[in-house]
Design a protein around this ligand. Structure first.
Ligand code: CA
Length: 221
């Protein structure tokens, strides 16, 4: 699951990003609303964790710039403001949930997991191909009926290729889509992810699902 964390306090941003990564999210970070809108315009996210009080453009400005419906990420607003008016305004502006600072990290995680389970207009369909079944809501993959234990990156790669069947993804694009912009991952580490995923698929009897187009990249036809 890909998440954009928007928080201007460097300390809180660092702590939250570390915790969220440890919990299996792919995390990008932004320190103000303008930067956040840049990320949101350029990349797809499942979640945005959004502080309201931000430099340059506040959290309401980020909420209002999000498209209505469609492939909109779910937004959890974080704010030190505990006035009812702010909470109502954020929810009206499109936030899916609201957490008042200070909060326990466990509560943030629990709320994100609850949001992931909540049916949305954009509820993701189960993706299926040649005996492999990926359920984005349940975060579960089966191959020929058996559950596959995938790392977060293997899961993200499989979801990407299944969602865009027939399209070839170059390693650099895969890296950008599944690793997050701050990651130290390289093209080489994408090969490791592909190798690991293919091996697990092969062990489950689905060896030819992911194809390699030499010099171009990977696809699921
Ligand atoms: Ca702030």
């Amino acid at each position: 699951m890909k998440l954009l964390l928007v928080e201007d306090s460097e300390r809180l941003r660092g702590t939250l990003a570390r915790g969220l990564r440890a919990a299996g999210f792919t995390v990008d970070v932004a320190g103000d609303g303008v930067e956040a809108n840049g990320f949101l315009a350029g990349y797809g996210y499942d979640f945005v964790v959004l502080d309201l009080g931000l430099p340059r453009l506040d959290g309401f400005g980020v909420l209002r710039a999000l498209p209505a419906g469609g492939a909109r990420p779910r937004v959890l607003v974080l704010s030190a403001r505990d006035r009812i008016g702010d909470r109502v305004e954020a929810l009206n502006a499109g936030a899916d949930d609201y957490l008042v600072k200070p909060f326990a990290f466990e509560e943030l995680l629990a709320r994100l997991h609850a949001l992931a389970r909540r049916p949305a207009e954009t509820q993701a369909d189960v993706l299926e191909r040649a005996g492999v079944r990926l359920d984005p809501q349940a975060h579960r993959v089966t191959a020929n009926g058996g559950v596959l234990q995938l790392t977060p990156r293997e899961f993200a790669l499989l979801e990407l290729l299944l969602r865009h069947r027939g399209r070839v993804f170059a390693r650099a694009e895969i890296l950008e889509r599944i690793a997050g912009s701050e990651s130290e991952a390289s093209d080489r580490s994408i090969e490791v992810v592909v190798f690991g995923l293919r091996r697990k698929l092969a062990d489950a009897g689905c060896s030819n699902l992911i194809e390699n187009r030499r010099g171009a990249g990977y696809l699921i036809p």
